[in-house]
Design a protein around this ligand. Structure first.
Ligand code: GDP
Length: 510
């Protein structure tokens, strides 16, 4: 049986209490989405749920006669971007840890974020159907990661669940309500409404559509509304089911049509005319780009260590915010004597352009692209100007890449990485003919490299450096080239101290 510390909630609903806003965090594949889906389906009448016409980043359920709001956007991104604004959109977090896997890197990252934000949290040990209810390993793992569980010297309550079968989920919701009671969440129905922007996008038909969470006051149709970046009027107000409503109270998710400019994800909004929102970013600039630049520069004056200048580009303002927060959170204190610090010199929405490459070349920056494309002109210029561009659709990959730069795992000036896929000539160490795929950054002719080999299994991920070498020639489809970027399959003639093997990673240095 799943172990439990549950005490049944016998507290009745209080009109003064504000329902808790809950965010779900944890390692990828540990079941966050499945849990959120289960909770939604089990608690929202099918007839109502069928009314959802578009994906809204939050939903509301009723459990034991009390409302609970769940933030349903990818937990990590939404949460981190909100934290960047000093906002506390979520009242509680559920840390999901798969009972069969225990603590993983993103579990630790989630713990760090939750603790920094001082958000109370409970733990859901998921997939107990796979472990016959045993959560012992995961529980020990979590305590080793510093989480003090209830009954084991701490106060963090936990429950074993199966998001797949629903086992234990009701008890988990009881724990959410108990934790909310401890927080004693209140709101003032008479106050002007305020809350946080969860999502913002431009709908071709409806105009700017923002999903927000109301945290205080009562939000009404017709209210003037603003954030530090955007202003407008609530022309259409919808609940999370997409139904038009006249007003919404905390902690309801709401869809607002009526912003004239795009608000940023995580921003605080308030009803009233456009005086800056208290607690918002100090730089109340109308231009996100300018605000970002202003916010970025002080980091450059930090003492000690050199700076890793970054230019961030992303598909939309929400993921840009999230990316910036995650990258700023890469911990320089663990990077040793030659620690570099992340210095974001610019962040903007859009594809990577030749203008970005020029800026990067002038400032010695690396360009980080998230969920976007590299324009052709930018690609050509980057090759000519030896500017490194790292792109991915997964924020975690990007933070890992940056971390590797900082810790020197990629050396002080790694250009990129290549995975060895084939060997053609292994007779002479100083003339090895190798085929491979560029997996990140750039590979350049004449560049030195380090050979990294997997020491353990793919699961353990242990890697060891087994030697160094230099690229003599670089070819693509039998034509000599000077460099190749991520995704390209290339042939290399290399000289190295070690015989290269299929599966090796070549870390290319500048
Ligand atoms: P997320 O990345 O944390 O959102 O994880 P998902 O919800 O996408 O789940 C990852 C995988 O684990 C999917 O294949 C799910 O079907 C599976 N999964 C999630 N919860 C459970 C569970 O309680 N039991 C079992 N057996 N599988 C689960």
């Amino acid at each position: 049986m799943a172990q439990t510390t549950t005490k049944k909630s016998s507290l009745s609903a209080s009109v003064k209490a504000r329902p808790p806003i809950v965010v779900v965090m944890g390692h990828v594949d540990h079941g966050k989405t499945t849990l959120l889906d289960y909770i939604r389906k089990a608690n929202i009448a099918a007839r109502e749920a069928g009314g959802i016409t578009q994906a809204v980043g939050a939903y509301e359920i009723v459990h034991e006669g009390r409302r609970i709001t769940f933030i349903d956007t990818p937990g990590h991104e939404a949460f981190t971007s909100m934290r960047s604004r000093g906002a506390q959109a979520a009242d509680l977090a559920i840390l999901v840890v798969a009972a069969d896997e225990g603590v993983k890197p993103q579990t630790k990252e989630a713990i760090r974020i939750i603790e920094e934000a001082k958000t109370p949290f409970i733990v859901a040990f998921n997939k107990t159907d796979k472990t016959n209810g045993s959560i012992e390993k995961a529980r020990n793992d979590l305590m080793a990661a510093g989480v003090l569980l209830e009954g084991f010297g701490g106060q963090v309550s936990y429950h074993g669940v199966s998001a797949k079968t629903g086992d234990g989920v009701n008890d988990l919701l009881d724990l959410v309500l108990l934790a909310a009671d401890v927080e004693d969440l209140k709101y003032d129905a008479a106050a002007p409404a305020m809350g946080y922007v969860l999502e913002a996008r431009r709908d071709p038909r409806r105009g700017i559509e923002a999903t927000v969470i109301v945290k205080n006051g009562t939000l009404r149709r017709g209210d003037p509304i603003h954030t530090t970046q955007a202003a407008g009027k609530v022309k259409i107000l919808e609940n999370f089911l997409g139904k038009p409503v006249l007003e919404l109270e905390p902690s309801a998710p709401a869809v607002i049509i009526g912003f004239e400019t795009l608000p940023a994800v995580g921003e605080e909004f308030a009803v009233g005319d456009s005086t800056p929102v208290a607690g918002g970013p100090a730089a109340a600039s109308s231009s996100f780009r300018q605000a970002a630049k202003a916010a970025a520069s002080p980091a450059g004056s930090q003492e000690g260590g050199s700076l890793l200048n970054l230019i961030l580009k992303s598909s939309d303002s929400g993921s840009l915010e999230a990316l910036a927060v995650v990258l700023k959170g890469v911990d320089p204190s663990q990077t040793g004597a030659n620690a570099k610090r992340v210095n974001i010199i610019e962040q903007a929405v859009g594809d990577i352009t030749d203008g970005d490459v020029k800026h990067a070349a002038a400032t010695g920056a690396t360009i980080i692209g998230f969920k976007n494309k590299i324009e052709k002109g930018a690609r050509i210029l980057a090759e000519a100007q030896t500017v490194t561009i790292i792109t991915s659709n997964i924020v975690y990959d990007l933070s890992k890449a940056v971390e590797e730069y900082l810790t020197g795992a990629r050396g002080p000036a790694a250009l990129g990485e290549l995975e060895v896929l084939a060997l053609f000539n292994k007779e002479k160490l100083e003339k090895q003919l190798v085929g491979g795929r560029v997996t990140s950054g750039l590979v350049r002719a004449k560049a030195p490299f380090e050979i990294v080999r997997r020491a353990g299994t793919a699961q353990t991920g242990a890697q060891a450096s087994v030697g160094t070498g230099r690229i003599l020639e670089l070819r693509e489809k039998k034509t000599d080239i000077t460099q190749a970027e991520k995704g390209k399959e290339v042939g290399l003639l290399v000289s190295a101290q070690t015989a290269i093997q299929v599966g090796d990673i070549l870390i290319i240095r500048k």
